[in-house]
Design a protein around this ligand. Structure first.
Ligand SMILES: Cc1ncc(COP(=O)(O)O)c(C=O)c1O
Length: 394
């Protein structure tokens, strides 16, 4: 049990999704079902420590703020990246000490800063002079981590248009301003973009961070923290290994001094693979051509773009549904479209699929649904967001 009664179900060796489905009585459940494998989080943390032992992961709560997930990671000892007062409250509520938290949002409302100050969450990011003045007013004792822009050439969700100062032209001015206002800059941070698939992006950014450290020291700040942000893949462990090797090499080269604390803000890395979403077909329709022949089958699922598929708006990744029909492979396939449950025509999950002729009650599974899904999901049109059940290896 965690969180005042949420039940964790234990399994022997591997989580058998089919068995979970059989036992879940989904025909009597209106909403879709998330199957969360907490052991996957544990495996990810082990992998992190093995490949990047010098870097303290601070889980980015925005990626999946399910309290069970957050508490599980808190108990495993990770740090946390919080973006708002509510995320701080959630994490602090699980007894996480303020030193394990970075308030990694460069533009924070004054009331959120006030809360961080009360709770002594001292580390936070900043990327422009207005926020430096705001910090002077609302939290002058905090540690300023200057966030600079350093983007990957390829990422699912680039962030550089919105946040990060220019490493060459702005960072020095911000650090000088902070010094003039008697504020402490204690480090620097970047985010190469969520779902980064360019290994070298981290090398470039770490090199820029080294220059910022030098300028910061020159200006008179005590530079002691480098935050390498997020962007690590959630599914592709080979890619993660390549990134880890590159990061380690760059850190050895640019930050050999072990006294520099290196942290990171992985979100997707921890949670993406931990969730499988099981949806049910609740209605179907045939679309016929002018000649009266069947053109397309349309299926309406009990979750969609306004629910746990919300991230598809942002990251139109390829999703492949898993069918839980015994003879799915051998059945004839028809051109098919799958829609979410709302009345909105935007609510299209996948088009141009080839699927067997499905019927109401049939189930479709979607793997790797743990990142940027549930925190964005809304009960638009009155359809409930998916229920989540939690599993863990014994
Ligand atoms: C400041 C910050 N840190 C960390 C993350 C997590 O990124 P990811 O899930 O790619 O690891 C994000 C994602 O948007 C972010 O904005």
């Amino acid at each position: 049990m965690v969180n005042g009664g949420t039940r964790i179900q234990y399994y022997e060796k591997d989580l058998d999704i089919r068995r979970v489905i059989e036992q879940a009585d989904l025909q009597n459940l209106d909403q879709a079902l998330n199957i969360c494998d907490l052991s996957s989080l544990e495996r990810k943390l082990r992998l992190w420590h093995k490949l990047m032992p010098r870097i303290e992961p601070h889980y980015a709560v925005k990626c999946n703020d399910d309290p069970v997930v957050v508490k599980f990671l808190a108990d495993l000892g990770t740090g946390f990246d919080c973006a708002s007062k509510n995320e701080l409250k959630l994490v602090l509520g699980f007894g996480v000490s303020p030193e394990r938290i970075i308030f990694a949002h460069p533009c924070r409302p004054a009331s959120h800063l006030k809360y961080a100050k009360e709770q002594q969450v001292v580390n936070g990011t900043v990327d422009n002079e207005y926020e430096v003045y705001k910090l002077k007013k609302h939290y002058p004792g905090s540690n300023l981590i200057v966030r600079f822009k350093s983007e990957a050439k390829k990422a699912l969700c680039p962030l550089g248009d919105k946040y990060g100062c220019d490493a060459e032209s702005d960072a020095a001015a911000l650090m000088l301003l902070a010094k003039a206002l008697d504020l402490k800059v204690t480090g620097t941070s970047f985010h190469v973009g969520s779902g980064c698939s360019e290994v070298e992006a981290y090398d470039r950014a770490i090199e820029r961070a080294e220059s910022i450290f030098k300028v910061g020291e020159f200006v008179g700040h005590k530079m002691e923290m480098l935050d390498i942000g997020g962007g690590f893949p959630g599914i592709d462990d080979d890619m993660f290994e390549k990134i880890a090797q590159a990061v380690n090499t760059s850190l050895d080269l640019c930050f050999p001094d072990e006294r520099v604390r290196i942290i990171s803000e992985p979100g997707r890395f921890f949670v993406e693979a931990a969730y499988t979403l099981i949806c049910k077909v609740h209605a179907k329709r045939e679309v016929r051509g002018k000649d009266g022949k069947l053109d397309t089958m349309m299926y309406y699922l009990n979750d969609g773009i306004f629910g746990a598929f919300a991230a598809m708006f942002y990251y139109p990744e390829e999703l492949t549904p898993v069918l839980y029909l015994d003879d799915a492979e051998s059945l004839p396939k028809l051109k098919s479209v799958i829609w979410g449950p709302s009345c909105d025509a935007l609510d299209k999950i996948l088009g141009d699929l080839l699927l067997p002729n499905l019927n109401p009650g049939d189930l479709l599974g979607f793997h790797n649904m743990g990142a940027y899904t549930m925190p964005i999901a809304s009960p638009f049109n009155g359809f409930d967001v998916p229920e989540t059940r939690y599993f863990k290896a014994k």
